[in-house]
Ligand binder design. Structure first.
Ligand SMILES: N[C@@H](CCC(=O)N[C@@H](CS)C(=O)NCC(=O)O)C(=O)O
Length: 345
């Protein structure tokens, strides 16, 4: 049975796609650090990511929050994929530190060449091809010792980082995202399933489906969940399950971080801003302020990546009000007072 906190049910995927529904496919590499072939060791594993991709963002957040930046090396692809005139074909992630971003007119300092495999590949697809796979998605967790892909499913990557954090660091870990507490795990599991379906993947279902009713259902489910999460946080708890930052918060963050400056427009999720949900806004600012979180993402990469070819290669400049993002995330008090500017009042 499908784990709906990790991936989409694939029933009738072909006919659903034919009718215009965006249906996310299933990732092919599902080994784990901790398996017999993949012992947890500092310096052995490598991440390939794109900083605009919210699934990659989960992995970069877990790496940062768990103190694994030195233990797990990382390469960053350019946020726009290859174009139609690329000799390898369009829509491929490219390691291209010299490429110019239209938004800034300059190279992006976070972008790197491919250093994980030793082959210096230009395309993420080449990393898969070396293993006979025709997949091409990021993130990819790679074993530099055996030259094999360990896993390309972000939900599993972040969980295995958490489970193996101490061994990967070669010392104690600063945090646990999925602690050994059965009741807390049940809370996290339930939140993960709803957040994956209606928020993380729901944003794509709204923004990438070409059927009005699929879009409308995704839009409604997305904002219903936002309203419920705002209510959940209204009792003053700092994080979704209570006092501690867990995997559920980590999985919510990449989507909410993108909502006001990118998804509101790009994913047609223009029902309200996070700024209009006072408790969620303060939660967003609180998480953004945690050690490692701000540095694990980039809104420049997000804006550059989401408004590429399909938006004529020009990136919208706003929002400017109430202030620029991500600077806004340093100002919890920007949130609309409760009841004001809410879509339902
Ligand atoms: N199940 C994967 C999904 C990753 C995914 O969809 N990545 C997108 C970027 S946001 C991608 O690389 N798509 C390219 C492709 O699949 O061709 C995960 O969560 O790790």
């Amino acid at each position: 049975m499908t784990d709906t906190a990790t991936e989409e049910d694939q029933s009738d995927a072909q006919s659903r796609r034919a009718k215009g529904e965006f249906v996310r496919g299933v990732s092919g590499f599902r080994h784990a650090i901790g398996d017999a072939d993949f012992a947890p060791e500092p310096g052995r594993y490598h991440l390939f990511v794109a900083l605009n991709c919210p699934w990659c963002h989960r992995a970069t957040l877990a790496r940062a929050v768990l103190g694994l930046d030195d233990a797990i090396t990382m390469d960053v692809a350019f946020p726009n994929r290859t174009s139609e005139d690329d000799p390898a074909g369009p829509n491929l992630w490219e390691f291209a530190p010299d490429r110019i971003a239209t938004l800034t007119g300059a190279t992006l300092p976070e972008c790197t060449p491919e250093t994980g495999t030793g082959a210096g590949h230009r395309l993420a697809r080449d990393i898969y091809r070396a293993e006979g796979s025709d997949e091409q998605s990021l993130p990819v967790l790679y074993d530099k010792r055996t030259h094999r892909i360990v896993n390309n499913e972000s939900a599993e990557i972040l969980r295995m980082f958490d489970t193996n954090a101490e061994a990967l660091r070669g010392g104690s870990a600063p945090h646990r995202l999925y602690p050994d507490d059965v009741a807390l795990q049940a809370d996290i599991d339930a939140l993960n399933a709803r957040i994956y379906t209606t928020i993380n993947n729901g944003a794509y279902k709204a923004g990438f489906s070409s059927d009005q009713s699929v879009y409308a259902a995704a839009f409604t489910a997305y904002f219903d969940t936002l309203a419920d999460l705002d209510t959940l946080l209204s009792d003053g708890r700092p994080f979704l399950t209570g006092d501690r930052f867990t995997e559920a918060d980590l999985r919510l963050f990449p989507t909410l971080y993108r909502h006001d400056p990118v998804y509101y427009l790009r994913m047609k999720l223009n029902g309200a801003r996070i700024l209009d949900h006072p408790h969620l806004w303060r939660w967003l600012c609180r998480v953004h302020a945690l050690p490692g979180v701000a540095g694990a993402g980039s809104l420049v990469h997000c804006r550059q990546g989401y408004f590429g070819r399909s938006w004529n290669g020009t990136v919208p400049l706003g929002p400017f009000r109430p202030m620029l993002y991500p600077d806004a995330y340093d100002h919890p008090d920007l949130a609309s007072p409760i009841g004001k500017n809410r879509p339902d009042t």
